[in-house]
Design a protein around this ligand. Structure first.
Ligand SMILES: *Cc1c(COP(=O)(O)O)cnc(C)c1O
Length: 370
C-alpha cells in the first residue's frame, strides 16, 4: 500500500524523483558531476544569492544534523563566542553540539510556545559584547513556529555578528532571501521542502565567513572549509558521495521549478495547512500554538482529554490506512504533529481528515470532552 508521510522528513516524494535513482552512478560520471554543479548553483538561486554575489554552496553527506554540525564545528574559532538561541528541541541540539565541540558559548532560551524576541537578543548582545556568532532555528519543527529571522538578522547586522540559521524544515517551502535577511550560513537538507530523498545536507555560506573557517574544524569529516575546497577544485566529494540521492535531488529541483518555484510550493503547503486546520478544528482538536506564530510547515495538535484517546493506537490505525503522522516532542504538553510538506496535495489532506474521523469513531474518542 502507498503510504503518505505527513511528517517533517523524510517526506513523500514524486515517482519521477525516485525514478531518477534507477541507474548506478560512478562518482566521476559526467552526469553526476554536472548534477552536483547544477544543484550548488540552483540552491543559491533559491536563496536569491549567487557565487558572483559572494555566496557559496557546500554539500555535506549525511542527514540535516550533519550539515548543522559541520557549520557549528567549523566556523566558530577558538577566540570566537557563539550565542545559541533556543525555543525547541532543534535549538537544544545546537546547544549540545556547542558543548561537545567545547565552543565558547551562551544560550538564550525562550519558551517552546513563544517565538524568539529580537529585543531580548539585542539586550543580550549589549551585556555580552564577546559574542561573535548567533545561531537560531527558523521553522522550529518541535512545535511548528516560525522565528522572526528577518528581525533577528537585522540585530545581527547592527551589532556585526555572524548569523547561522537552521532553515532545515522551511527552506524551499518559504520565501527566503539570504542577503536581505542578513544570513551568513543557512543550512537545510535534501529530504525536506525541496522534496528529495535523504542523503545529504547543504550549507549556503557567505564566502568571506566560509574562508575564515580554514583550519579550525573540530572533525575531519565535517570540515566545512575542506568540503568546499574539494567541491570547488575538482567537483568531487572528499568521501563517498550520496550519488543517487544527488540524482534524485537534481530531479526534485526541476520539479520545484515546474511547480512554479518556491512561491507556488509555499501556496500549496499553505493550502494543505488551511484544510488541515479547518478539518481538525471541526472535529474539536486544539492546536498547541497561537495562530500568529504558527508556520505552515507542521502543526502540533493537543491530545484530546478523553481517556479513550491512545496515541499509539491512533497512530497505528492511521498507518494501517496509509497515513503516517508524527509524535510530539514537547516538553510541557502532550501533542502529536501533522506535516503539510512533501508530495501531498489538498485532496490528500482531505483524505487524512476522513481517516482521522473514522479512527476517532472506531476508538469512541470524544474530542470535545474537556
Ligand atoms: C529535520 C530537522 C533537522 C535535521 O534533522 P535530521 O534528522 O538530522 O535530518 C534539523 N533542524 C530542524 C529544524 C529540522 O526540522
Amino acid at each position: 500500500m502507498k503510504k503518505l508521510l505527513f511528517t517533517p522528513g523524510p517526506l513523500s516524494t514524486s515517482k519521477t524523483v525516485k525514478e531518477a535513482m534507477l541507474e548506478d552512478m560512478g562518482s566521476r560520471d559526467h552526469a553526476f558531476v554536472n548534477a552536483v554543479k547544477e544543484i550548488r548553483h540552483e540552491l543559491l538561486n533559491l536563496a536569491h544569492v549567487s557565487q558572483a554575489a559572494g555566496y557559496e554552496c557546500v554539500i555535506i553527506q549525511g542527514s540535516g544534523t550533519f550539515g548543522v554540525e559541520s557549520v557549528i564545528s567549523s566556523v566558530i574559532g577558538k577566540k570566537d563566542t557563539l550565542l545559541v538561541i533556543a525555543n525547541g528541541a532543534y535549538g537544544e541540539r545546537i546547544v549540545k553540539m556547542a558543548g561537545i565541540h567545547q565552543l565558547n558559548h551562551y544560550v538564550l532560551r525562550f519558551d517552546e510556545d513563544q517565538v524568539v524576541n529580537p529585543g531580548s537578543v539585542r539586550e543580550f548582545l549589549q551585556v555580552h559584547p564577546d559574542i561573535t556568532h548567533i545561531a537560531c532555528i527558523h521553522s522550529e519543527t518541535t512545535t511548528g513556529l516560525f522565528n522572526p529571522i528577518t528581525e533577528i538578522g537585522a540585530v545581527c547586522k547592527k551589532y556585526n555578528k555572524v548569523f547561522i540559521v537552521d532553515a532545515m524544515s522551511s527552506f524551499g517551502g518559504v520565501h527566503m532571501n539570504m542577503k536581505e535577511m542578513n544570513i551568513d550560513f543557512l543550512v537545510s537538507s535534501s529530504n525536506k521542502c525541496i522534496e528529495g530523498v535523504p542523503g545529504f545536507a547543504f550549507a549556503l555560506c557567505k564566502k568571506p565567513e566560509l574562508e575564515k573557517a580554514k583550519g579550525q574544524a573540530r572533525s575531519l569529516s565535517l570540515d566545512l572549509y575542506e568540503q568546499w575546497k574539494g567541491l570547488e577544485t575538482n567537483g568531487q566529494f572528499r568521501f563517498t558521495p550520496p550519488t543517487l540521492s544527488i540524482m534524485a535531488f537534481r530531479q526534485a529541483i526541476t520539479e520545484l521549478e515546474e511547480e512554479g518555484g518556491i512561491e507556488a510550493r509555499e501556496k500549496r503547503y499553505q493550502a494543505n495547512k488551511k484544510i488541515l486546520d479547518e478539518g481538525m478544528a471541526d472535529m474539536g482538536f486544539k492546536q498547541y500554538l497561537t495562530p500568529e506564530i504558527q508556520g505552515h510547515i507542521i502543526t502540533s495538535f493537543l491530545y484530546p482529554a478523553d481517556p479513550n484517546f491512545n496515541f499509539d493506537r491512533f497512530y497505528q490505525k492511521l498507518n494501517d490506512r496509509g497515513f503516517i503522522i508524527y509524535p510530539g516532542k514537547l516538553s510541557k504538553a502532550d501533542a502529536f504533529r501533522i506535516g503539510n510538506i512533501g508530495q501531498i496535495f489538498p485532496d490528500d489532506v482531505r483524505n487524512l481528515i476522513v481517516a482521522i474521523r473514522e479512527v476517532l469513531e472506531e476508538e469512541k474518542v470524544n474530542v470535545e470532552l474537556a
